[in-house]
Design a protein around this ligand. Structure first.
Ligand SMILES: C[C@H](O)[C@H](O)[C@H]1CNC2=NC(N)=NC(=O)C2=N1
Length: 96
């Protein structure tokens, strides 16, 4: 059962993500990052690989793509805020 991140969990999980370019949204409990690629095909290829993990983990990003940029927002709808799954997916997106 996935749960909203506790204050203690946030203290360990969020700093590394903020260091790698994720930011917390002011108006909801979510994180956002814009990934930039060489061109549209590279961006879309990355989205395709990311989508396979999202589907495997049943945890899906809110994202938009404009040419070579993909803006990703992560939050866990089932709990109304950030959970471990968001940190896990964020780390995967950074690594892809
Ligand atoms: C029914 C289905 O398992 C849920 O809607 C899953 C699907 N993907 C999801 N993705 C995200 N980001 N948050 C969720 O709460 C979520 N829930």
């Amino acid at each position: 059962m996935v749960e909203r991140l506790s204050d203690t969990a946030r203290e360990t999980m969020l700093p590394p993500l903020l260091d790698s370019g994720w930011e917390q949204l002011a108006d909801r409990d979510a994180i956002r990052k814009t990934f930039e690629f060489e061109d549209f095909v590279t961006a879309f290829g990355w989205m395709t690989r990311a989508a396979l993990f999202a589907e495997k983990w049943n945890h899906h990003p809110e994202w938009t793509n404009v040419y070579n940029r993909v803006t990703v927002i992560l939050t866990t709808h089932d709990v109304g805020g950030l959970s471990q799954l968001d940190a896990k997916l964020a780390r995967k997106l950074d690594a892809l």
